[in-house]
Design a protein around this ligand. Structure first.
Ligand SMILES: Nc1ncnc2c1ncn2[C@@H]1O[C@H](COP(=O)(O)OP(=O)(O)OP(=O)(O)O)[C@@H](O)[C@H]1O
Length: 329
């Protein structure tokens, strides 16, 4: 690829990911099925779906590790294998376990860095950044899952890439680690980087992501802003006479509906509801913002036959060691 033909954005810190009609079949089994979505720079996108939905397979195609059966997956308009300097364009952490157990974390990064002409100073800087400068001098075989995740992140960031692709990065992190990861990813997205993070739980990434791409059985279920999933703001209020409060709210231009022994008002203005109730002489026993039950929503979006929980013979065996489906990738 010459400088004149490259579509790389030289000014922006991030790059756009575009997945179009992406399909992957393993034998007669379709793991990813005509999947299309895009991921924008400067935002954190959650790539979500239940176990076996096809997330890792999609990421592997995006990273040129397996060949799509059909469609395309590009980063800034280029397939991964056509990117001139991949480490500087894309950093990825697909599995947190693939470090040589006998090598120190630091040496692991030095080997990676040397291959792209990145110096040891950057290695130490990254180890510092992910919070394991001391541990990195020990053999990776003794690392906890959380330390391996951090080392994987450091490796992904070595080339100061525009795009970061992380497969279940919160796995194995304790609550403090998860909070750290959230802040860390936010910091990187503010720099303009494109961040794609997979997870099998919507709740887990709720506070981390700006956008979501939800898949099930290899197909797109939903793409949009995280805020859209929450729907319109609502408030739950309990009082003695629900009808009287509903009438008083109507006068104040707020619609509401009865749900069990409470009123659900179509506003997030708690103060307004409190004032209306006071003027109507109604006691307020409970007043709170209604939150979306993300677990239920996720289940609803991805319900239906989960192919991985039903007919065992539907999915072919994966090679336990390499994760490859065979010679032709
Ligand atoms: N190399 C392979 N050979 C055969 N089948 C495979 C291969 N890789 C994945 N599959 C199958 O494709 C489907 C999607 O798997 P994938 O790992 O992409 O799902 P996932 O969404 O990442 O799930 P998880 O959250 O469990 O990691 C599964 O049914 C899986 O068994």
């Amino acid at each position: 690829m010459t400088a004149t033909t490259t579509t790389t954005d030289r000014t922006g810190a991030g790059a756009r990911i575009e997945v179009r009609d992406l399909t992957k079949r393993f034998g007669s089994f379709t793991a990813v099925d005509q999947l299309s979505f895009s991921v924008e720079p400067g935002r954190i996108t959650g790539f979500l779906g239940p176990n076996g939905a096809g997330k890792t397979t999609t990421l592997r195609m995006l990273l040129g590790l397996i060949r799509p059966t059909g469609g395309s997956a590009t980063i800034e308009g280029q397939r991964y294998q056509d990117i001139a300097s991949p480490m500087r364009m894309v950093g990825s952490a697909l599995e947190a376990t693939n470090f040589h157990p006998g090598r120190t974390g630091r040496d692991h990064l030095r080997v990676l860095a040397a291959a792209t002409g990145i110096g040891d100073a950057r290695v130490d800087e990254m180890l510092e950044l992910v919070g394991i400068p001391a541990a990195a001098r020990k053999r990776a075989g003794g690392y906890s899952m959380g330390m391996r995740q951090r080392l994987g992140l450091a490796a992904a960031l070595l080339g100061d890439p525009k795009v970061l692709i992380l497969d279940e990065p919160a796995n194995g992190l304790d609550p403090e680690g998860i909070r750290w990861l959230r802040g860390f990813l936010r910091h990187l997205s503010r720099q303009g980087k494109t961040i794609l993070v997979s997870s099998h739980m919507l709740q887990e990434v709720e506070q981390t992501v700006d956008d979501v791409v939800i898949i099930n059985n290899g197909r797109l279920v939903k793409q949009g802003r995280m805020s859209e999933l929450h729907g319109d703001a609502k408030t739950i209020v309990r009082t003695t006479d629900l009808d009287a409060l509903a009438g008083a709210l109507r006068v104040a231009d707020v619609t509401s509906e009865t749900q069990d022994d409470a009123l659900v008002a179509a506003t997030d203005d708690l103060r307004l509801i409190g004032d209306v109730a006071l003027r109507a002489g109604l006691p307020v026993y409970e007043l709170r913002a209604a939150t979306t039950d993300l677990e239920a929503l996720f289940f609803q979006l991805t319900e239906g036959t989960n192919r991985n929980l039903g007919d065992e013979s539907a999915a072919p065996e994966r090679d336990a060691i390499t994760g490859q489906e065979g010679a032709n990738g």
